[in-house]
Write a protein that binds this ligand. Structure first.
Ligand SMILES: Cc1ncc(COP(=O)(O)O)c(C=O)c1O
Length: 496
């Protein structure tokens, strides 16, 4: 039954997994991730007529048997400032998917696809799971694999952040990076994953692009949670489309249970997923936001449940993600900014008392070296006024600054006096310079330790009345390996 909904041509698919190729390993064929879906789902059909298997929302318990029970039941949080700043009348709510155990919305589908395949007897612990992904599905699968005992190989395009790679490694998965390329080229992550599966015994691609468990995870859980959290009153849901599983699953459930709710799909400029296709004109646009947008229409994406498609762009997305962090305290990723940057426009049609739910798919944890970083934002042209954050003196000549003479200590001054001077002048550090101009060392704290360190170093009863020079030489000798000697490492004078 499940196989009906995966792809139009393969008769040997179970839960979207190509079991035939896997058994024989002789008839390797390329399985595109964009074959038209055969899904027979129609809104309003009773669950008994559903072509899919269904799972109930998990129970909440005090002690969890393992971390996989912390997938789902994510918080819905009111956006208090941003909606007002855009003059919205409706209530704006964020579904914070980064609270899932692996940090993204994709944990839901990773767990669902693995457990569906286990229930169907297709996979068992010890087997190898291979997945082409932009990272978050990989992290979800690696997490499930770590807990359940699978080997995991993730095939990831070069563009994706190093943070994701490091997390995948930490979870014990093997990583294969692929160059930026069209999805159907031999070096794309989809093609490389399929070749690996062909080569490696007992390996499986659960295939988020064609696996009905992907949208079903959202139909059964994400959408149910939204309905429960909103007590059935939702007027708009805004979410991005990667594989399209999230928007499809949520859209299908809401069309059944809350038919007046508008589903707004967010597709980045440079992608071809939005409808009508005339929207997809900006072919050369940068697509730095990760996780959304494609050069094909994934099999699991049911565009009939989306009432309105809107195009997002990188700059607005990153700036909005930063606002969500700064103004609302929501530590979300770039595509959350994409969804919110569209929501603040789309929700203008809603009135007081109505509700707009925005999906925040992942966390800033994945992008610490990217959009969170001012230099990265400036270099990529997303932050025009990087100097906004620079101090007033950043472009004034040093000569022109009315600076007081720097504090210099002479090596002969005793330790007690040195401490008094540092305290009195409010300095955390000062150079110790001989009359000849030779810089002995900085009477410097080790990083971040401040005057307290100088006190610790100089203030012991034994040395307090000694000259700094002798004290530091003595201590450095005694505690080699403990003090990162300002004595030696900072010496810049003759003989250094
Ligand atoms: C980082 C990230 N992961 C996943 C998704 C959702 O993807 P999918 O359409 O595959 O459910 C999104 C959508 O916004 C996303 O931004």
């Amino acid at each position: 039954m499940l196989s009906e909904c995966a792809d139009a041509t393969s008769s040997h698919l179970q839960n979207g997994i190509d079991t035939e190729n896997q058994k024989t390993k002789t008839n390797y064929t390329w399985l595109p991730p964009n074959l038209p879906s055969k899904c027979t789902w129609k809104p309003g059909k009773p669950i008994s007529d559903s072509p899919h298997s269904h799972v109930p929302l998990p129970e909440e318990t005090n002690i969890l048997p393992n971390i996989l029970k912390k997938v789902g039941r994510t918080p819905l949080v009111r956006i208090n400032k941003i909606g007002k700043a855009y003059g919205l009348k409706c209530e704006l709510l964020a579904k914070c998917e980064y609270f899932n155990a692996g940090g993204s919305v994709k944990d839901r589908i990773a767990l669902r696809m693995v457990e569906d395949a286990e229930r169907a007897g297709i996979i068992k612990p010890g087997d190898t799971l291979i997945e082409p992904t932009s990272g978050n599905t990989g992290i979800g699968l690696a997490l499930v694999a770590a807990v359940k005992g699978y080997r995991c190989i993730i095939v990831l395009p070069e563009k994706m952040s190093m943070e994701k790679v490091d997390i995948l490694r930490a979870l014990g998965s093997e990583i294969v990076r692929t160059p930026a390329s069209n999805f159907d080229s031999p070096e794309s992550n989809v093609s490389v994953a399929q070749r690996l599966r062909y080569e490696i015994p007992n390996s499986h691609i659960l295939d988020q692009y064609r696996n009905p468990g992907n949208p079903m995870a959202h139909y059964d859980t994400t959408a149910e949670e939204i309905l429960e959290q909103c007590e059935g009153k939702v007027h708009m849901v805004v979410g991005g489309a990667g594989t399209g599983g999230t928007i499809t699953g949520i859209g299908r459930k809401l069309k059944e249970k809350c038919p007046e709710c508008k589903i707004v799909g967010v597709d980045p400029e440079g992608s071809i997923v939005a409808l009508p296709s005339e929207l997809n004109t900006a072919e050369d646009a940068t697509m730095e936001v990760e996780g959304i947008g494609h050069d094909f229409i994934p099999t699991v994406l049911d565009r009939s449940v989306v009432d309105l498609w809107c195009k997002s762009n990188d700059a607005d997305s990153f700036l909005m993600a930063r606002r969500l962090i700064r103004e609302e305290g929501l530590l979300c990723g770039g595509s959350s900014g994409s969804a919110m940057s569209i929501a603040v426009k789309a929700a203008r049609t809603l009135t007081e008392g109505q509700r707009c739910v925005v999906i925040l798919p992942d966390s800033v944890r994945n992008y610490m070296s990217k959009f969170l970083n001012d230099r990265w934002m400036g270099k990529n042209g997303f932050l025009k006024n990087v100097q906004e954050h620079k101090p007033w003196w950043w472009n004034v000549k040093v000569q022109k600054l009315n600076l007081s003479a720097p504090l210099l200590l002479v090596p002969e001054v005793n330790c007690q006096k040195a401490i008094e001077i540092l305290k009195e002048k409010g300095y955390a550090q000062a150079p110790v310079v001989a009359e000849s101009g030779y810089l002995f060392y900085w009477l410097a704290p080790l990083s971040g330790m401040g005057v307290a360190h100088a006190q610790h170093l100089l203030g012991s009863a034994t040395y307090i009345m000694w000259p700094i020079k002798e004290t530091l030489h003595k201590l450095a000798k005694r505690r080699t390996g403990q003090i990162q000697h300002p004595l030696t490492s900072m010496r810049v004078g003759p003989g250094s």
